[in-house]
Ligand binder design. Structure first.
Ligand code: ZN
Length: 752
């Protein structure tokens, strides 16, 4: 039975996930991966992408065929939770140790010297067996600690001790002489040397508490190393939680509550109104994507008396503030500001007034934040510092509402939110046992603008063409819409898959997340927890349904950039060739009024957001060719053609409006069920049999249509998707009010 051989069961604040039976099946490197995955799967132990583990193993040298000691250490990039053997770099341990001599011979050594940074390039020269994995900046820590197994983690509880004003005394109080305190020092070669020194001077030590940073501990056996990591975190947690409870627990946390938490539904109403506007405000440099967090823990902090003071101090762990920036923007509301909306069932006017108050406070707050950031940059910059980066905050805290994190994509903003959650936990712990202190600003700057970090950023692949974009595809459950969704996501866009048929919309969204993943980070909970695609239902003939859908998009991503509307309907006439009145009305409701309603509701969001966008409607070759038997459809599409032009005028200059006019796309179209295909085959006297597969019938009809075109090739949904891509991208950025045909060349449908 898995889990039967667990050694420790007494942990309360961490989970012992080690399973001897599982571990016994693995080779030494496999066991290191196993240990890493177990550590990484608990966010209380280490945050996404943070921490590293190592093992010094004996390997056969490919050149000498002799055994040599090799350091396997988690490399740069990747996450402990999901790491495989490929995420580990392997280095000759003897060569790494020999670097100390080389380093000592440098003309000027010491923390943050060029000599120290130069050692990073030397790690590649120590690579064992041509392992291409980029080595971590923490490699010397693992190499110079003379133990076989080493874990470096960022547990909230331990960082709380490390970020306390009296962290040296507290380290002794909690861990005795088993864990030695080392003051904050930027990770690198010097920190490795300092740790080596500690190990020599304190042979009894089993770990080091890294000031303002985290924990590193070691053992001669892997299972013992894992359990030691848990044990040390457990000790720190126990100490913190005892004091926290003594001080009054949650009710007294962060000085007690100052602002009331608004009820969930009201919060969402306000956030849906506020977020697109806020997205416009923070996207002045480059567009950002939001994640909101509004669970009890986060709100307890944001609504507290001390939140303003603590937020201003900034985050502590270097892993945190690379994402969260030096500090968040905390919106200082007066407790009375929200009083109108905290009354029972506030009316729309009260909500509107509160949203206006929030906007005005946010506007002032953002201006001050950007100024503070520029001041911080100018105060701390060095002669060779990289240019100042985007001065907008990545974390915004709004009392009553929650945390809003921003990133270049959903994955990044989700991880940023996760990191600030960790920061809140750290502050909670530190304030329970002592007083929270942040990293000095210069030290924070020297991490944020470290040339090695800059090099890492430069190594990242170029952003895709539709990166940072959120595109709503209506009709995404099948046919052209589904194809458009799959086409646009390839270019890096986030896709909101919308369909009147919710399971179909969700299926397309799932197809996307299955292929592209949900991004890094452990999924949290809540309305904003999603990956690069979500599936939503919407009836475009109903204005309220459209509004609800667009509000839901705002809560998921912060807003949207473009809309591709592919939903449409074709109602065939009855046997006498007549279209009943209700079918006529339905055809116009979906094909014409639907497009108008979507545009009219989206316009409100676009104007709030103030960012340029694109709307693409779907018309048809039939819009300009009169045919027997499709009067409702053809007339509705003719109206849609003109709707494109009218909307282009209405939504100018912010949003471009264009149309795509497909001709009969039969393959994969919801508008061509088997019955209609057979009807058409009969109508055109194309030979077929009732027993033939639908697929065969479809391709017969598709080829018949193709033969009527100038290019003689069947038209697929993928052909259509290409046109939507062109129109939502910047490739046709000067085109609006235009209808592009994708019909294979139907000369009778040439636009006039
Ligand atoms: Zn670290």
């Amino acid at each position: 039975m898995p889990g039967e051989n667990k050694l420790h069961t007494a942990f309360k604040y961490v989970d012992d996930l080690w399973d001897d039976a599982e571990a016994a099946k693995l080779d030494p490197l496999g066991r290191l991966v196993y240990r890493s995955n177990k550590l990484g799967s608990d966010l209380r132990i280490t945050n996404t992408g943070g921490g590293n583990t190592s093992a010094k193993l004996s390997e056969i040298d490919p050149l000498t065929k002799q055994p040599v000691p090799v350091l396997w250490v988690k490399g740069s990039g990747g996450d402990l939770r999901t790491s495989t053997g490929e995420n580990f770099s392997s280095l000759y341990q003897d060569k790494l140790l020999a670097l100390q001599k080389l380093y000592a011979a440098s003309p000027q050594t010491g923390p943050k010297t060029k000599a120290e940074d130069d050692m990073v390039a030397m790690y590649n020269h120590c690579s064992f067996n041509l392992n291409p994995r980029a080595t971590s900046i923490d490699t010397p820590l693992h190499s110079f600690i003379p133990a076989q197994h080493v874990d470096h983690t960022h547990p909230n509880a331990v960082i709380a001790v490390a970020a306390s004003a009296n962290s040296v005394r507290l380290t002794g109080e909690i861990f005795g002489n088993e864990v030695i305190h080392i003051p904050w020092q930027r990770p690198g070669f010097e920190l490795g040397l300092a740790m080596q020194d500690i190990c020599r001077k304190h042979p009894q030590a089993r770990g080091i508490l890294m000031g303002q940073h985290g924990l590193i501990n070691w053992a001669s056996e892997d299972r013992a190393c894992y359990h030691l990591t848990l044990e040390l975190i457990e000790k720190a947690s126990q100490f913190i939680e005892t004091k926290y409870a003594q001080k009054g627990g949650d009710a007294a946390a962060f000085g007690g509550q100052l602002h009331p938490a608004l009820p969930g539904e009201l919060r969402h109403k306000i956030l849906a109104r506020l977020l697109p506007w806020l997205r416009g405000q923070v996207s002045g440099n480059k567009r950002l994507v939001a994640t909101i967090q509004e669970d009890e823990k986060v709100l307890r902090f944001i609504n507290s008396k001390d939140a303003g003071r603590l937020a201003e101090l900034g985050t502590s762990c270097p892993d945190h503030f690379l994402r969260t920036k030096i500090k968040p923007l905390y919106v200082a509301l007066a407790p009375g500001d929200s009083s109108a909306v905290t009354e029972a069932a506030p009316d729309q006017a009260a909500i509107d007034a509160f949203v206006e108050t929030l906007k005005s406070k946010l506007k002032t707050g953002l201006e001050k934040y950007r100024q503070d950031y520029a001041d911080y940059y100018n105060r701390c910059k060095r002669p060779d510092s990289p240019a100042m980066r985007d001065a907008n905050p990545t974390v915004i805290l709004v009392p009553g509402l929650g945390l809003i994190a921003w990133g270049k994509d959903k994955s990044e903003s989700r991880v940023t939110a996760e990191f600030y959650n960790c920061a809140i936990e750290v502050m909670r712990g530190a304030e329970a046992i002592d007083k929270y202190i942040a990293l000095p600003q210069q030290e924070a700057f020297d991490i944020e603008y470290w040339l090695l970090e800059e090099a890492k950023l430069r190594r990242m692949p170029a952003e895709k063409e539709l990166a940072r974009q959120i595109i709503v595809v209506i009709g995404a459950g099948s046919g052209i819409g589904r194809e458009v969704a799959l086409r646009l996501v390839k270019e890096g866009a986030h896709i909101v898959c919308v369909d009147v048929n919710l399971p179909a919309a969700q299926a397309t969204a799932k197809e996307i997340t299955d292929k592209y993943g949900s991004g890094v980070g452990v999924a949290g909970t809540g309305i904003s927890n999603c990956g690069p695609a979500i599936g939503l239902a919407c009836d475009i003939t109903n204005r309220a349904s459209i509004r609800a859908m667009l509000d839901r998009v705002a809560l998921a991503y912060g807003g949207f950039d473009s809309i591709a509307l592919t939903a449409g309907i074709f109602v065939p006439p009855d046997t006498s060739g007549h279209i009943p009145d209700d079918k006529w009305a339905l055809t116009f409701a979906i094909n014409v009024t639907g497009g108008y309603l979507v545009a009219d509701e989206a316009r409100k969001t676009w104007l709030e957001q103030g960012l340029s966008g694109s709307l693409v409607l779907t018309t048809s070759a039939n819009a300009v060719v009169a045919k027997k038997g499709s009067v409702a459809y053809d007339a509705s599409k003719a109206a849609a053609n003109h709707l494109v032009r009218e909307l282009a005028v209405e939504l100018s200059p912010l949003v471009r409006v264009n149309g795509v006019a497909p001709a009969t796309v039969v393959q994969g179209s919801a508008m061509f069920p088997r019955d209609r295909v057979i009807g058409s085959l009969a109508k055109y006297n194309i030979p077929y049999s009732d027993t033939e597969e639908t697929e065969t019938l479809v391709s017969k009809l598709a080829q018949f249509y193709a033969d009527r075109t100038l290019t003689k090739t069947p038209i697929t949904p993928a052909d259509q998707a290409e046109a939507y891509f062109l129109l939502v991208s910047q490739r046709l950025s000067k085109t609006t009010g235009q209808v592009i045909t994708v019909d294979g060349g139907l000369h009778e449908a040439f636009l006039r």
